[in-house]
Structure formats: structure tokens, C-alpha cells
Design a protein around this ligand. Structure first.
Ligand code: ATP
Ligand code: MG
Length: 66
């Protein structure tokens, strides 16, 4: 769904982030990779789509404010 407030998880829903996905593929073997940019730009979406596409085992933790 295109207009969803949550991060995208499906590649077909993620718009214009091929370059970023390719960068993550190249960096996947590094011990630490930081995704940093302004709020709501799509960092979590790119990460989630990458992880799903990669087939790598992963655990995803989200800190919620309370
Ligand atoms: N490339 C994109 N294609 C489609 N939707 C996008 C894209 N980038 C961001 N969005 C949408 O914008 C919103 C913010 O995306 P996301 O949560 O991934 O950003 P974020 O950078 O991780 O935000 P935050 O800084 O709050 O953690 C969500 O609704 C997400 O679905
Ligand atoms: Mg995020």
C-alpha cells in the first residue's frame, strides 16, 4: 500500500531506492552499517526491504517511546 504511515517492507511498495538497496548489498558483509538521514526519509523502509530481499537471517528490534 503506497500511502501507509508504517515503513514499507515490500520492494514493489518502495519508490526510487534502487541505489540505496545496491549500496546495502555491497556493505552487507561489513560488521557495522549506519543508516543516517533526516526523519521520515525512508531509512527503516530501505532496511526492511533490503533484509527481506537478501534472504539473510535477521532480528529487527524497535524501541518505542512510552
Ligand atoms: N521510497 C519510499 N517509497 C515509498 N514510501 C516511502 C519511501 N520512503 C519513505 N516512505 C514512507 O514514508 C514514511 C516514513 O518512512 P520510514 O519510517 O521508513 O522512514 P524513516 O527514515 O525510518 O523515519 P524515522 O526517521 O522516523 O525513523 C512511511 O510511511 C514510509 O512508508
Ligand atoms: Mg525509522
Amino acid at each position: 500500500m503506497l500511502f501507509d504511515e508504517r515503513p514499507k517492507e515490500a520492494k514493489e511498495d518502495l519508490y526510487d531506492r534502487e541505489e540505496e538497496l545496491e549500496q546495502l548489498r555491497k556493505l552487507a558483509s561489513k560488521p557495522l552499517v549506519l543508516l543516517t538521514r533526516m526523519r521520515r526519509i525512508g531509512k527503516t523502509s530501505v532496511l526492511k526491504v533490503f533484509l527481506k530481499e537478501s534472504g539473510l537471517p535477521y532480528a529487527f528490534f524497535v524501541r518505542t517511546s512510552s
